[in-house]
Design a protein around this ligand. Structure first.
Ligand SMILES: C[S@@+](CC[C@H](N)C(=O)[O-])C[C@H]1O[C@@H](n2cnc3c(N)ncnc32)[C@H](O)[C@@H]1O
Length: 251
């Protein structure tokens, strides 16, 4: 099973709730790029690797024109259902970030690629492809797994693959058969367990590395999440394992 098949079967994040908690999450994400809710009105936005579409729906509810792409048909279908339930329109396209159809997509004011590039086989290439779709003064926001902060989950993933199986289906059966993981379901969703331990492929990155990607693609950094400030190897003790970086394409 590859990532495309995996996400089609095990949808993530499956967030239906577009309410206060979600609004706060979106406020936080946008703050890393100095974007306010009112800025979203009328903007052409690409949600790259939209998953089950909660962010796409949020942007559409704020008056943006949304294109949502994902390479997993199962995820796109959920995103479309999510949009329908919230009575908004999104343009949903099945597409691989590593093989974009730029003619079909056009150019964007804002591009969000959150928790996705580390699931492609080549995160840097994916980033380069997305940067080409930015309008002048356009903004890109990406979120990636941090190399050091993610270490605890990487170790568990490695142990599961070593002692249980390399097959995601078997890992999932194991996770739900053991009390240790089942207990976790009180604090996290089952989708989080799939996404944390069973996704076939993921990669890990540092802020230092991503700053280089920005430079090489002539994207000026706007900001990044505070959890990656300081000496990066010390981030092994960091609770948040995803970090955000935003930048703009100069005119
Ligand atoms: C962890 S989910 C994140 C979903 C969403 N961006 C969010 O913030 O909740 C990762 C998504 O990226 C998609 N994805 C992974 N690799 C991709 C690729 N090469 N092209 C397009 N989508 C991809 C998966 O199908 C999945 O829906």
């Amino acid at each position: 099973m590859n990532n495309k098949q995996f996400y089609s079967t095990y949808n993530y994040p499956n967030l239906k709730y577009i309410g206060k908690t979600h609004t706060n999450l979106m406020k936080k994400i946008l703050s890393f790029a100095n974007i306010s809710f009112s800025d979203l009105q009328g903007k052409d936005i690409l949600d790259a690797g939209c998953g089950t579409g909660d962010k796409s729906v949020f942007f559409a509810l704020k008056g943006a024109k949304i294109t949502s792409i994902d390479f997993s048909p199962g995820q796109l279908q959920k995103a479309q259902e999510n949009a329908k339930e919230n009575k908004v329109k999104i343009k949903a396209l099945e597409m691989d970030i590593l093989n974009l159809d730029s003619k079909k997509l056009g150019k964007f004011d804002y591009i969000f690629c959150l928790g996705v590039l580390h699931h492609t086989e080549d995160a840097k290439k994916g980033f380069e492809n997305l940067c080409k779709l930015l309008k002048p003064n356009g903004i890109i926001v990406i979120a990636l797994y941090h190399k050091y902060a993610r270490l605890k989950y990487r170790i568990i993933r490695a142990l599961l693959r070593l002692f249980v199986s390399k097959d995601p289906e078997k890992i999932i059966s194991f996770l739900f058969s053991k009390n240790f993981f089942a207990k976790k379901l009180n604090t996290i969703t089952k989708e989080t367990l799939y996404d944390r331990y069973a996704v076939p492929f993921e990669s890990y990155h540092t802020l230092r590395e991503v700053k280089q990607w920005f430079k090489q693609n002539k994207i000026t950094e706007i900001g990044h999440s505070e959890n990656v400030n300081g000496f990066e190897p010390f981030k092994v003790f960091e609770r948040k394992t995803l970090f955000f970086v935003s930048g703009t394409k100069p005119k």
